[in-house]
Design a protein around this ligand. Structure first.
Ligand code: NDP
Ligand code: 2IT
Length: 451
């Protein structure tokens, strides 16, 4: 990802510095390249952004925290993991973004996610900055007691950098309801404060917002609905491929079914299941969330399903694809297969799931492509609603919250769509989302001086 030939000079110089300074961080370079590659028209319209050194500053995190996480496993052995929190930008509000627990986690991955989060959060129109954190801890196969001890040790360091007005984490891969409970509990104990707004995605019985659990998957489907709507089309009757079988995937499947579509796949790192009768969400939740088993277990219990080991669902003929597992899980060959099979819409439930080659292929083929920054913004947007409710000591009901999410996704779509038109790339949601998010951040950075 070092080719700068297609970038205007001012942007190319900044990108080359990013590559030199972050030489061993391919995911971070990829995320920066994608944003910088989209915003030339914005800089042409706003030379003050170039003069104000916005680019040089926005690619450098405000603060990066890396720390030791020691804990003792059930066999009495000492384990040491590495913890991260990258506080990328607080220009629009307190740092905000999830925590990821996965063995692949390193600084490059946390920085790419934190960088994406700045512009995604800006696009929601809410007052939240961008951050991401996590650890190379792998919760798979660990007992609840081990996960609790790990979370307590992790928070034993991270707590000093958090707070409802400072930095507000949430979940991501490997961090769900169980982990958030343990992390919040430890923060409360150490600080002696029941500070509800310092974490989002909490249980609805103790400060969590209705619809936060469902928000990312539901939001991605709402975004696809908006994209189809522009072309007078609907979700009803569509065949849908979803990857992943975690939080985002489960609720994307759920909403697709509610809108009359049929989602026929789900996956994890072992392979995918195809179910021609449509994925049974209750069974998938039972297998993945309750039993924490692998996705092949779903196929064993469901006569209409079969498991395809070691492969990804993009070889299945569908109208809509919703990659909802992890970064770079859909490459150029996958995109070619989807296009050959007539895919009409791709919306990214995950962060950066499509490789640059795949994105180019979708655009060239005229596939409606919704980048994660816009399409999965419903999760963090609902986190911001949770922060509002916590601050006001209020609780909104499910129906009102879902209505708000629906309306936010309509606005996110409109912002991205309108920016794409304004900057001469109608229908290009990559340009639209990056431009609309970047504009908002850049204006705030200029106004607040050289910080
Ligand atoms: P979960 O941990 O709930 O689920 C992750 C799913 O993705 C699992 O099925 C997991 O399978 C699979 N997966 C993870 N890593 C890989 C890999 N390397 N190869 C294949 N499959 C993999 O996470 P979420 O559903 O919360 O997150 C999914 C994606 O959505 C991530 O990109 C995340 O950043 C993004 N996202 C999440 C939001 C949220 O609110 N939770 C908000 C916006 C974006 P396995 O168990 O085998 O690892
Ligand atoms: O990638 C994401 O937007 C998230 N994991 C959710 C972040 C949040 O703070 O709700």
């Amino acid at each position: 990802m070092t080719d700068t030939s297609e970038l205007p000079a001012a942007i190319g110089d900044v990108y080359e510095t990013v590559v030199a300074r972050n030489a061993h961080e391919p995911e971070f370079q990829q995320a920066v390249h994608e944003v910088l590659g989209s915003i030339a028209p914005v800089l042409e319209a706003h030379p003050e952004f170039v003069d104000g050194g916005i680019l040089e500053r926005v690619v450098e995190p405000e603060r990066q925290i890396v720390f030791r996480v020691p804990w003792v496993d059930d066999a009495g052995r000492l384990q040491v993991n590495r913890g991260f929190r990258v506080q990328f930008s607080s220009v629009l509000g307190p740092y905000k973004g999830g925590l990821r627990f996965h063995p692949s986690v390193n600084l490059s991955i946390i920085k790419f996610l934190g960088f994406e989060q700045i512009f995604k959060n800006a696009l929601t129109g809410q007052g939240i900055g961008g951050a991401k954190g996590g650890s190379d801890f792998d919760p798979h196969g660990r007992s609840d007691a081990e996960v609790m001890r790990f979370c307590q040790s992790f928070m034993g360091e991270l707590y000093r950098h958090l707070g409802e007005h400072t930095d507000v984490p949430a979940g991501d891969i490997g961090v769900g309801a169980r982990e958030i409970g343990y992390l919040f509990g430890q923060y409360r104990k150490i600080t002696n404060r029941h500070e509800s707004g310092m974490f989002t995605g909490k249980g609805v019985q103790w400060g969590g917002a209705e619809v936060r659990t469902e928000a990312t998957g539901y939001g991605a489907v709402f975004f696809a609905q908006e994209m189809l709507g522009v072309h007078g089309d609907m979700f009803d009757g569509k065949r849908v491929a979803v990857s992943g079988s975690g939080n985002v995937a489960i609720y994307a499947i759920d909403k697709a079914h509610q809108l009359g579509a049929k989602a026929i796949t789900a996956s994890d790192s072992t392979g995918y299941v195809i179910d021609d009768a449509g994925i049974d969400v209750d069974l998938l939740r039972q297998v993945k969330e309750v039993e924490r088993a692998r996705v092949d277990e779903y196929a064993r219990r469901r006569p209409s399903a079969r498991f395809v080991e070691g492969r990804r669902p993009w070889e299945v003929a569908v109208d809509v694809a919703i990659p909802s597992a992890t970064q770079n899980e859909l490459d150029e060959a996958d995109a070619a297969a989807l296009i050959a099979n007539g895919v009409r819409v791709v919306v990214e439930g995950a962060n950066m799931p499509s490789t640059p080659g795949a994105v180019d292929a979708f655009r060239a083929a005229g596939v409606l492509f919704g980048p994660g920054k816009a399409a999965n913004a419903g999760g963090v947007a609902t986190s911001a609603l949770e922060m509002s409710q916590n601050a006001a000591r209020q609780r909104w009901n499910f129906e009102d919250s879902e209505r708000k999410l629906r309306s936010i996704m309509r606005d996110v779509h409109h912002s991205a769509f309108a920016a794409a038109e304004r900057y001469g790339h109608p229908g290009d949601y990559v340009v639209g989302a990056n431009s609309a998010g970047f504009e908002r951040v850049a204006h705030a950075m200029l106004a607040q001086g050289v910080i």
